[in-house]
Design a protein around this ligand. Structure first.
Ligand SMILES: [Zn+2]
Ligand SMILES: [Zn+2]
Length: 136
């Protein structure tokens, strides 16, 4: 499959040629602040299948173990990657041209879920990281 997406202003575009590994909602405070949104839906792909095809995003190291990339022109949150070589990249589902193409199947960091946000029927929920998949 080919997936394409990009930021709000169009300065940064990306393309993925491959299959998603997983998709889920993250309720952590860093995702909330980075996106200015109550929750962020992420889809993970093999790093080798992902590339930026237009523009260069800016990067922010939000914690010791991860880098977030975003458009320096319009601020759209685009990707999340671990500092270590996990071989994967997480992409914000809402930045895909077809956000319906990847559906979140779990929730992580529900310990910081905003109380008025309810996402029932979204699969298993974890108070912190899902087993084996830290995300902040
Ligand atoms: Zn932009
Ligand atoms: Zn998060």
């Amino acid at each position: 499959m080919t997936y394409e997406g990009g930021c709000l202003c169009g300065a940064v575009r990306y393309r993925i040629e491959g299959e998603p590994l997983s998709a889920g909602y993250c309720h952590c405070r860093m995702c909330q602040r980075a996106a200015g949104a109550p929750v962020v839906a992420w889809v993970a792909f093999p790093r080798a299948d992902f590339r930026f095809v237009r523009g260069q995003p800016d990067r922010f190291r939000a914690s010791a173990r991860a880098v977030r990339r975003f458009c320096s022109q319009c601020g759209t949150a685009l990707t999340f990657e671990y500092s270590g070589d996990t071989g994967t990249v997480d992409v914000t589902i809402a930045s895909l041209d077809d956000p319906g193409a990847a559906e979140p199947m779990y929730q992580i960091w529900t310990s910081s879920r905003i109380p008025w946000l309810h996402l029932e029927g979204s699969g298993p929920a974890y108070e912190g990281d899902a087993p084996g998949t830290p995300r902040n």
